[in-house]
Ligand binder design. Structure first.
Ligand code: FAD
Length: 426
């Protein structure tokens, strides 16, 4: 029997498990996750109003139900079980721990209240237990978001939606209440470069226009008249679409909607102001030709400028890139990495599938002739004595409890702390 340990039950971990489970007859795959719940950022990153995207977890759930796959949640590799111990007891290890630590905003070192990273912010509105321990303090009326990717748009959209618009999401009602009580009137999405460099997709950009109680505004003078020369046809088309949508938004008049969402390009965050340690305003340097520097009142600042992976003791880590040190996905003999902790925080959920499949193929090739016997899970199980591991059936109990707590049209009411999850299974 071949024993494979996968560290992380996000999309990458689940794709690797599915590939290996289908391709090999005598294999046992153990997927460890530090949370009691599986599916990584599908649960904790993808916006709560994008239930269609979250539905891929049904496919991952079927992987976890396979006879030769074991889900072991609430177990952190590097803390509950050491990396050395995994190496001793498994033929192969796949590190698939993602990248969900916020990169710091350059030049903003002071601990000012009101400044948050998007991993923390999106983790909070998705009820991730670690991010709910210190919920962001939302003191409206002005919120600024740095970054022009889909995550920035997600955050702005979630902050702008009405209770009716969120009625079939899985945002918790107390989180929604905190957002409503902040009294947000203006959201600023701020990009360092021009709109032709923004990485948001047109689908997310046009979705903003459907918001019931929010007007989208952008300054026509900051949009290039022509699409820049881009050799890649697909990329050029994507930029053209975004510019066309933004031109349409630049014709919007300030209407009577409760919230105004400003898409601002070519501004650099150069400083912050605070009163008694609480954020009050931002200084923005104009990077365009007009050089109109700005002072923007803002009580909340969210940076959506990228993420790094978390170090696991014993695994070589590239500090500069914020991910594990590897050569084409190989960390050392028998140890592989895949997904965001290998490539960095780039690509959507399906992007991780091809990465996972090539990792799976490589593992099978590398293990084709192995005759070494390894203990697998039974070799590490005694290290779990102090910890309540969450197996697949336990996850089902938590899942059912969350669904039965759901109110109105919501699919679930998530538990936002680990103890409450564990209490369901004791
Ligand atoms: C805010 C946000 C919104 C997004 N929205 C979308 C979207 O709408 N559509 C889309 O297609 N893509 C979206 N993405 C991208 C998508 O989430 C990623 O492509 C994908 O989740 C990466 O998968 P992964 O398995 O590599 O990492 P992750 O999904 O992060 O999974 C990593 C897993 O490893 C576990 N883990 C970490 N460290 C340890 C450890 N030491 N021991 C045990 N377990 C550990 C974590 O708990 C987690 O479950 C979004 C990303 C973010 C940040």
């Amino acid at each position: 029997m071949i024993h494979v340990a996968i560290v992380g039950s996000g999309p990458t971990g689940c794709f690797v498990a599915e590939f290996l489970a289908k391709k090999h007859q005598t294999i046992q795959i153990d997927i460890f996750d530090r949370l009691p719940t599986p599916f990584g950022l599908v649960r904790a990153g993808v916006a709560p109003d994008h239930q269609q995207t979250k539905r891929i977890s049904q496919q991952f759930d079927r992987t976890l139900q396979r006879d030769n796959v074991r889900f072991v949640g609430n177990v952190e590799i590097g803390r509950t079980i050491s990396y050395d111990s995994l190496k001793q007891h498994y033929h192969a290890i796949v590190i698939a721990t993602g990248a969900f630590i916020d990169k710091p905003l350059p030049g903003i070192d002071d601990p000012i209240k009101g400044i948050y990273g998007s991993a923390h912010f999106a983790g909070w509105y998705n009820s991730h237990p670690e991010h709910c321990k210190q919920p962001p303090e939302l003191n409206g009326p002005e919120v600024a978001i740095i970054g022009t990717g889909n995550v920035a748009l997600d955050i702005a959209r979630v902050l702008s939606k009405t209770t009716t618009e969120l009625s079939d999401s899985d945002i918790n009602t107390d989180t929604e209440k905190a957002i409503n009580e902040a009294g947000i009137s203006d959201i600023y999405i701020i990009g360092r470069r021009g709109p032709e460099h923004a990485s948001f997709t047109n689908m997310e950009l046009t979705e903003l226009n459907k918001l019931e109680n929010c007007t989208i505004l952008t300054d026509a003078d900051r949009l290039p008249e022509q699409t820049p020369d881009i050799s890649d046809a697909g990329q050029r088309r994507a930029v053209e679409q975004n510019l066309a949508t933004l031109r349409e938004y630049s014709n919007h008049a300030q209407q009577n909607q409760k919230i105004r969402l400003h898409l601002m390009f070519n501004y650099n965050l150069s400083g912050t102001e605070n009163s008694n340690g609480k954020l009050t305003a931002l200084s923005l340097t104009d990077n365009s030709d007009s050089k109109n520097d700005l002072r923007l009142p803002a009580q909340t600042l969210i940076s959506a400028i990228g993420y790094r992976s978390e170090v696991i003791p014993g695994i070589p880590f590239n500090e500069h890139h914020g991910r594990f040190e590897h050569t084409d996905g190989l960390i050392e003999p028998g140890v592989y990495c895949a997904g965001w902790c290998k490539r960095g925080p780039q690509g959507v959920i399906p992007t991780n599938r091809s990465d996972a499949n090539s990792t799976g193929k490589r593992i099978l090739a590398d293990l084709a002739d192995t005759t070494v016997s390894k203990a697998g899970f039974s070799g590490v199980a005694d290290q779990l004595d102090q910890q309540a591991p969450v197996f697949y059936e336990d996850w089902q109990t938590i899942d059912n409890a969350e669904q039965s707590r759901a109110t109105n049209h919501r699919p679930r009411t998530k538990f936002s702390d680990t103890d409450a999850m564990i209490a369901q299974i004791l």
